[in-house]
Design a protein around this ligand. Sequence first.
Ligand code: IMP
Length: 408
Amino acid sequence: MPTKIVLGLQHGDEGKGRVVDDLVQTWADVIVRFQGGGNAGHTVYDEDGNKFVTHILPVGVLNKNKFNLIAKGCVVNIVDLYKEIKSLDVKPKNLLVSGLCPTIEPVHLAKDRVKYQGRLGTTGRGIGPAYSDFYARDSVLFKDIVNNPSESLSKIQEKFFDYQTYLAETYMVDKDEDIHLLIEKNFETFNDWIKEYYDAAEYLEPFLLKKENMIQDLYAADLNILLEGAQGSGLSINSVNYPDVTSSSPSVGEALNSTGLNHRQIDEVIGVIKSYKTKVGTGKFPSEIFSSYANILAEVGKEYGATTGRPRKCGWLDLDEVKSAVVENGVTHLCVTKTDVMTHVDNPMYYAEEMFFKTPRIYNVTREDEGFNTLLGHISQHTGVKNISFTTGPKRGEVVWYTELIDD
Ligand code: IMP
């Protein structure tokens, strides 16, 4: 059966969550998160407008009849995972977690806060330091914690105290009060985390994936598998935007590494793009808007981080970055989100390293509207993707799938 993958092709926050949710309702049997961690915030509004946000959990957990996996390429904070599972009342029959997922420990939260949050504008969820330990082969894995919580805790404590000692020694030399405050804050975080540690480890044991290559059994059983990307191509650790990136790669390549599927088992690559662009954190942003349009987009589009609550910077659609991501990932379909937000502003876009302002305004999100058709036409022409889908509003059910522009 076909496997589909949903990827963000900008800087995250493209609306992947609601696109995944639509496919969960209509198509998918199995939903797999394959990279990143609790830095993601996938937002879904149901038919009645009720809002749900998942961070480390795949969006498929919102549907009690679907089976979800967190694959080994994800980094997992077991305390946050435990809380998220409880808050959404997820059961082990609906979710399993790879035992090979590296875990996010208090030392990673501390290092992220001390070293990277200010410098790179990270989400502060410990993502970079957790992946660093993984590649240094120094991670405590998810299976280590659920199978042997007390031995794992000793290792976690040792790493944390080593780091605190290093900070204390730095303080002795520099006498920097900020370091002193950070040391105290780290202890608070550590103590809060430890309080929940044993409960989390025990509660999560039934969620441990017992057979690592189970995905191949699901594939052989003809189930519809949906791979749910987090963040976006522009934030990939392998992108030209390094170091203003996250520490995983939201790409087809990473999905294969993480899940154990092979490239011939991927049938559709769906790239999600917002009809304008937003960005949080540091790094270049050639299509950034500096006029009042930025405020209009931010207000109408509710552009505040689902994980951190930070305001997002707004810019016009950058088709150069979309084109690169399309090529690198072999994108077969594009889904354009938040097109309704564009009815409040003019409709310029950025391509071939220049801004183009002379595009007609969008008044209605329908194919009869000249501005809307122009938007879809430009996207198709400049990316080479002819299957374009779009959303007409924020709620479940408001996705129009696969408009074949070339055949018009
Ligand atoms: P980290 O992933 O927390 O290390 O943050 C690295 C960069 O990626 C920062 O600029 C974050 O704002 C950005 N980032 C991480 N996750 C997301 C996301 O889900 N949406 C948008 N930006 C993100």
